[in-house]
Design a protein around this ligand. Structure first.
Ligand code: AMP
Length: 218
């Protein structure tokens, strides 16, 4: 089974990804995490990606498509995959369909977490993330119990370099211009599952699983 997780930056994709992976026994592949890992390792790909990420822009399709293809192909077929943050353009979506088709697979569902722009801005501007387990916190509405430390694993919390006010604005602009057309792409294929993403993340997660009930694991 292959699920695509759609939603703007700050919609809560990372949080809901854990719920989906657990429920459907999927491997979590997050394109943003792969780019951040490559950037901190200082690889050629990482350096290139960093120059786009810093500006809040998308990494070019050719680089992104081959990175994800390599990752997904490397996982084999034993388990399904949850794609988080990929695809983000129509070209990426078409490349994904083609790559899965060659292996006799398909995107089964596209889960779209819908959150208003005001709420996205609020969330991203106060967001801190655990360096170890990636758990998200919000300095006003969901602070950690101990300042600067993750409640779950004790890891150090940090603010992403692209969560600054100007970059957040750019990332949202890019999302609405380049990524939101994918909602219609998957709707037309009858694969879209839309979930309201505001409120308690556990309630959002339950709503999402309910909307997916009846989806068979293949
Ligand atoms: P994320 O962690 O998903 O918010 O991604 C962080 C950054 O990585 C984005 O702002 C882009 O610069 C880059 N990125 C992640 N996924 C993609 C993608 N599918 N296509 C192009 N760029 C991406």
């Amino acid at each position: 089974m292959h699920i695509v997780l759609l939603g703007a930056p700050g919609a809560g994709k990372g949080t809901q990804a854990d719920t989906l992976c657990e429920k459907f026994n999927l491997v979590h592949v997050a394109s943003g995490d792969l780019f951040r890992e490559a950037a901190s390792a200082g690889t050629e790909l990482g350096k290139k990606a960093k120059s786009y990420m810093e500006k809040g822009l998308l990494v070019p399709d050719d680089i992104t498509i081959s990175l994800i293809k390599e990752k997904v192909d490397g996982l084999g077929t034993a388990k399904g995959v949850l794609l988080d943050g990929f695809p983000r353009t129509l070209e990426q979506a078409k490349a994904l369909d083609k790559n899965l088709e060659v292996r006799g697979k398909k995107v089964d569902k596209a889960v779209f977490i819908n959150v208003s722009s005001d709420e996205l801005l609020r969330r991203l501007s106060g967001r801190w993330i655990c360096r170890q387990c990636q758990a998200p916190y919000h300095m006003q509405s969901a602070p950690p119990r101990v300042a600067g430390r993750c409640d779950k694993c004790g890891g150090e919390l940090y603010q992403r370099a692209d969560d600054t006010a100007d970059t957040v604005k750019k990332r949202l602009e890019v999302y609405f211009a380049q990524t939101s057309p994918l909602i219609d792409y998957y709707r037309q294929k009858g694969k879209l599952v839309e979930v309201k993403g505001e409120g308690d993340p556990r309630v959002v997660g339950k709503g999402m699983l309910k909307a997916l009930s009846g989806t068979k694991q293949e």
